[in-house]
Unconditional design. Structure first.
Length: 343
């Protein structure tokens, strides 16, 4: 089953696949703290079968994009676990998030910033479901700074971090480095699209990366951020199985048999990476899929419940109301009204 929808923002039209994961509508709301450039877009998250995000940029010849992610009770409370080959940088503009970077977990508060290195598993969720949060997200390929080759810039400032197992780093707003980093990122997001836009972006990105690299060089990167490759392989394997089979009945025994891990190991890696039990994660995943189908198809609630692996429509409706404080039907109506008002 593969479904597609398109979205158009500021003249850019994208195909959005929801066959694996479409998390939620992540809408733009401009902040008073900075003037957003013209390339700040609404973002959809969609993944392949190995949790890799399939990135789309406004200009794929210049792999750089800025999005603003919104988390709330109506739009969505979770940014599911994923990874990408590109580098991601964030500033939390509002609220609080539980942020996960591989098997590390910490709280982001307003003004905190994040750097997530390429190929690192990461995700986020509201700390309290009744709250809301907004996060500026900047994604770019190292190729735009290195020229796409393995020259001096790549070897000294990117490959070095990869060799040391660097995953990423949080910068707290109360620290000098945190204030400097968030200020640099907000300045990057405020660059207006006019003649010389790409050159100004490269200049600001280079400054940010130089500050980051200099800061990390004074710390023990390896000890704090070593990449646990074995656990990465296991969590990707079990989540891959969930992605491919969420519409069918799944038991713990089936999950273990198909991925070659023991029952205790299964519970351990889910707790380590998601802070959830396996079935809790599976039902959350099914719910995220159901939300995508409600927003992007005209299917009935009964059909969506069936397609997403829920026992029946009544059970799905009960779980949905517990999560969103409204029925699936009302959620769909309210979301479409909001989309029309934005459009």
């Amino acid at each position: 089953m593969v479904c597609y929808s398109t979205c158009e923002t500021n003249g850019y039209k994208k195909i959005v696949s929801i066959s694996f994961v479409l998390v939620y509508n992540l809408n733009i709301k401009y902040k008073n703290s900075f003037e957003c450039g013209e390339r700040v877009l609404a973002k959809k998250l969609y993944l392949d079968s190995n949790l890799k995000e399939l990135m789309e940029f406004p200009d794929n010849a210049f792999p750089f994009g800025i999005w603003q992610d919104e988390f709330n009770e109506t739009v969505g409370q979770i940014l599911n676990y994923h990874w990408h080959e590109t580098i991601e940088m964030n500033v939390l503009l509002k609220g609080e998030l539980d942020y996960r970077l591989n098997d590390q977990r910490f709280v982001l508060t307003e003004g905190d910033s994040m750097v997530v290195y390429s190929n690192s598993l990461h995700g986020a969720a509201l700390r309290k479901k009744e709250d809301s949060a907004e996060m500026l997200t900047i994604v770019f390929s190292a190729d735009i700074l290195t020229g796409g080759g393995a020259g001096t810039i790549y070897q000294k400032y990117f490959q070095t971090l990869r060799d040391e197992g660097f995953l990423g780093k949080r910068f707290e707003s109360g620290s000098d480095m945190g204030q400097e980093m968030s200020g640099l990122l907000l300045k990057l997001a405020s660059i207006e699209e006019s003649v010389g836009y790409e050159l100004r972006v490269l200049s600001q990105l280079s400054l940010i990366w130089e500050k980051l690299f200099s800061h990390l060089s004074g710390q023990q990167k390896t000890q704090a951020t070593k990449r646990p490759e074995k656990y990465e392989r296991e969590i990707k394997a079990v989540m891959n199985y969930v992605q491919k089979n969420y519409m069918e009945r799944i038991t713990i025994q089936m999950l273990c048999e198909q991925t070659g891990i023991s029952r205790s190991e299964c519970f351990r890696i889910f707790a380590r990476f998601t802070q959830k039990k396996p079935m809790e994660y599976i039902n959350d995943y099914r719910m995220s899929m159901a939300v995508g189908l409600m927003l992007n198809t005209k299917w009935t609630v009964d059909r969506i419940a069936q397609e997403c692996g829920f026992q029946n429509a009544s059970y799905f409706g009960k779980m949905f109301k517990e999560r969103f404080n409204q029925t699936p039907k009302n959620y769909r109506i309210n979301q479409r009204k909001e989309e029309q008002s934005i459009g």
